[in-house]
Design a protein. Sequence first.
Length: 239
Amino acid sequence: MSTSALVLFSGGQDSATCLAWALSRYDRVETVGFDYGQRHVIELSLRPHLLQAMPALKPEWPQRLGEDHVLDLSVLGSISDTALTSNAAIAMQANGLPNTFVPGRNLLFITLAAALAYRRGIDVIVGGMCETDYSGYPDCRDDTLRALQTALQLGMDTQLGIETPLMWLDKSATWALARELGGKPLVELIRSDTHTCYLGERGALHDWGYGCGTCPACELRAKGYRQFVASTSAPALRS
């Protein structure tokens, strides 16, 4: 039975929910973030606060949360010409994918996370990839991740697994999962202290969190939050 996990932790809503999920299941949890020249690099600056605040939500979480790692993947940004690695306007491309898609990003993230997990004696990688609410990114699909898991197991001669607890959840269900894992305090922490906006906007705190409110990431987050609030018949959580 797996007892340790490495969470791909960006500082966003999905990865924060995945961190809470892992802390609820594994005896030892480490985190890894990636600096790849992302336009919304502000997410990295939020990680230390989240890593300090989240364990305080449950008595068993502080002893489970271990070391954090941040890897320099600036080479990915240097070879990418996307709306997430430059100031280009967000738009659809001729191939049917949005130009927020960074080719190879999740493949590289998980491969490097696997190498780190191998060195750290960790047997599970946890990622926030989702095939229900996503922008059509092929590296977020379940088939892609299952194939990558097989390749890593063969190439590293290990039984390292990839867990994606949000794979079949929409954003409303992701908010609900956060409440299930950490109650209203976790929902509020995610709402006010995580970052999802592709443009890196943190000027105004909306009912659903910070962001421009118009990019695809903000639209999904806002729609999901409002559906979550409506479904629970609970008042919106405000600062």
